[in-house]
Design a protein around this ligand. Structure first.
Ligand code: ADP
Length: 349
């Protein structure tokens, strides 16, 4: 038993694990100790937390151990010390009678992870800035093309023969499509920079507003849109509305010949909600289910869309810390899923 316990604590990966008694003395310690701890790991046993840990670490860890003994609370937090970032998880350990006999702390050095995350965020920001600058600056020459095409049509349109008019119509159509694509790209590039802070949000109220906005299209298509009870989530309400609008809009558009039937629902999973938008439309072949989330990716070149709607949804959900995917059976329908964090219980209504 002693040996297996030792193996367990000594091999604790990239961090340390410790058991502390109510007297705040170490009982067992193993793994790699944080920077700035001068006592070797084999000599920690019997020493006091306040004595061996650098000031900043002891200051945050002692109250966490006390909470473990006092109210049997566990806590998770991050501490920065000596240029490192550590993630701590402190929890009460109970004996046979249910009494708390030790506080246990597990720490992981997440410095490298945080650094990688920071670089990735920087890279994403640069990419967004690039997309923003490109789509913003493309608008001006595009406006020029559209204006002069209009002028040519007004002034010389009657001199064109039938073929000339056909060519001209293609040019106008191309310019219009490009304008819509550039606008969608601009919208995509502003998701992080123009996003509002995440707040407690009633997903049901957001969906109701979206359905009100879409009611003309719903009537026109003879669609039936139903939904389950939707929860409160931690989200940017405008962006959540945009996700619903795009997904329901697609469900109405890619419905095939039957009047569209759409069902929106949500179910809990750990500390998040899994939303689903289900349709009984044309469906998506398996080899395309990842690619449709890419910018400008469309499977139906004849459709009026720009192929950015799902990329926008995916980016919004990613900004919320969630993920998005689709399950589909061609000819039977599709279900788009996305996850959002639950509203924190401490958040005001
Ligand atoms: P678009 O503007 O073309 O609708 P999206 O990014 O919203 O762009 O969707 C990308 C492509 O994914 C669409 O062109 C369509 O081929 C496919 N798609 C999206 N939603 C559905 C759906 N509910 N059923 C079937 N195909 C879909």
């Amino acid at each position: 038993m002693e040996e297996s316990r030792r193996t367990l604590v000594e091999n604790f990966p990239n961090g340390s694990v410790a058991l502390v008694g109510e007297d705040m003395l170490y009982r067992i310690v193993g793994g790699t100790l944080p920077e700035g701890v001068d006592v070797p790991v084999e000599e920690m046993r019997g020493r006091s937390v306040a004595e061996v840990l650098p000031g900043a670490l002891a200051e945050q860890l002692l109250p966490a151990y006390e909470a473990a003994f006092g109210s049997a609370e566990s806590s998770t937090f991050e501490i920065e010390d000596h240029g490192h970032t550590y993630r701590y998880h402190v929890l009460p350990v109970r004996g046979d009678q249910g009494e708390v006999f030790a506080g246990m702390a597990m720490s992981q050095d997440i410095t490298e992870l945080r650094e990688r995350q920071r670089r990735l965020e920087e890279f994403n920001e640069r990419l967004e800035q690039f997309a923003y600058a490109a789509s913003h600056d493309l608008q001006e020459p595009l406006r020029m093309i559209t204006t002069y095409l209009q002028l040519i049509e007004d002034r010389y349109g009657e001199h064109l023969d039938e073929e000339g008019r056909e060519f001209f119509a293609y040019a106008v159509d191309g310019a219009k499509r490009m304008r819509n694509m550039v606008r969608s790209l601009l919208e995509y590039s502003r998701i992080t920079s123009r996003g509002q802070p995440l707040e407690p949000t009633d997903a049901q109220a957001v969906l109701d507003d979206v359905l009100t906005d879409l009611h003309l299209r719903i009537e026109e298509t003879g669609a039936e849109v139903t939904h389950g009870d939707l929860p409160r989530v931690h989200a940017d309400p405008d962006q959540l509305a945009q996700v619903f609008r795009n997904l329901i809009g697609n469900a109405l558009q890619y419905s095939g010949h039957e009047p569209p039937r759409v069902h929106v629902d949500a179910s809990p999973r750990k500390d998040e909600w899994v939303f689903s938008v289900h349709d009984e439309g044309i469906g998506i072949a398996e080899e395309h289910t990842d690619r449709i989330f890419e910018v400008f990716r469309r499977l139906e070149p004849s459709s009026s869309g720009t192929g950015v709607g799902l990329a926008i949804c995916d980016h919004i959900v990613g900004r919320h810390g969630g993920e998005m995917w689709v399950e589909s059976e061609p000819g039977e329908g599709s279900t788009f899923f996305f996850t959002l964090p639950r509203a924190l219980s401490a958040e005001p209504e």
